[in-house]
Design a binder for this molecule. Structure first.
Ligand code: ASP
Ligand code: MG
Length: 289
């Protein structure tokens, strides 16, 4: 918890030093990230209206860009994943995502920001918390940017469906997976105009088998494109009507990412299981405090 707490401080300090403003998290809203994998609905009725518990603040980040140009949020997310994921060591059904968004930015810009931020935080932890790392017997290597990049197509061809964990086990430094196919991601990720069928997005994979660190990318911001992408997924437009009403008036282009704080803590501390990163872990399928 000492390192976990320090990590939150270091991320916030770094982002503030670069001119970012912290937004308070949104917990309940009529709109949330639909995600591209199945989760059980988590919703509550308030005053006769249905609110979703936040799966990610993606739409709020885009809307926030109307007012602010660089933001971050420590956003608690509820994702009721299948209970078989309890054994991965990487899944909690309540976790905190460091959500970052930059107005008028492209993918390159946010990838560079991620690299600098992560290197900066790892350096500070090594400098300030060496005793704790020693106690955990963790040998942390400071990665050297720019991190290696592989396209989704390449890794899929090489390693098949379970590429994420294979890439992670083989790597000795963080690796980017870029150009994810349109069907593998959500409708809000921007399709690459120069590479149709692929998105201007990226995942960062930790080395040593720790798996995915973050996802992010450029966003669809043109109303007609957003509608087209929702329809292409055969999703019900009415699910997103509050978002679409705002998008119709005009959104800014933006790019950003969401980095799981517990996963980052697990990686930094070299822990086998994600539930050891926090005091009240929510383990899929279990009754948790
Ligand atoms: N919304 C994404 C997620 O939660 C992160 C992002 O693209 O900002 O996976
Ligand atoms: Mg994601």
């Amino acid at each position: 918890m000492g390192i976990h707490s320090k990590i939150r401080k270091l991320f916030a300090d770094y982002l503030r030093s670069k001119g970012f403003i912290e937004l308070p998290p949104v917990i309940l809203s009529p709109i949330t990230d639909p995600l591209n994998h199945p989760t059980a609905a988590a919703q509550v009725k308030c005053y006769g209206k249905t609110y979703q518990l936040m799966q990610s603040m993606i739409f709020h980040k885009q809307i926030a860009m109307l007012y602010l140009d660089k933001i971050f949020v420590f956003s608690p997310n509820i994702r009721i994943e299948p209970s078989r994921l309890r054994r991965t060591g990487r899944h909690l059904f309540e976790f905190t995502q460091l959500d970052v968004e930059v107005r008028n930015a492209d993918r390159e810009e946010v990838m560079k920001l991620c690299e600098e931020m992560i290197v900066n935080v790892i350096k500070s932890i090594k400098r300030e918390d060496g005793d704790k790392l020693e106690f955990l017997k963790r040998r942390l290597i400071i990665p050297d940017p720019p991190f290696k990049r592989i396209t989704y197509k390449e890794v899929y061809k090489k390693y098949g469906k379970k590429f994420e964990i294979i890439v992670s086990k083989k790597a000795d430094a963080p690796v980017w997976i870029v150009d994810i196919p349109i069907d593998a991601r959500e409708f809000y990720d921007r399709e690459d105009p120069n590479n149709p069928g692929f998105l201007r997005d990226m995942d960062l994979i930790y080395p040593e088998g720790y798996g995915e660190a973050l996802s992010g990318g450029e966003r669809e911001y043109i109303y007609e494109r957003i509608l087209y992408r929702i329809r292409k997924k055969n999703m019900d437009i009415s699910r997103f009507k509050e978002y679409l009403r705002i998008a119709k008036k005009g959104l800014y282009p933006s790019a950003g990412f969401g980095l799981g704080i517990e996963r980052f803590t697990r990686f930094i501390c070299g822990l086998k299981r994600i539930e050891d990163t926090t005091l009240f872990p929510k383990i899929p399928g279990r009754l948790c405090l």
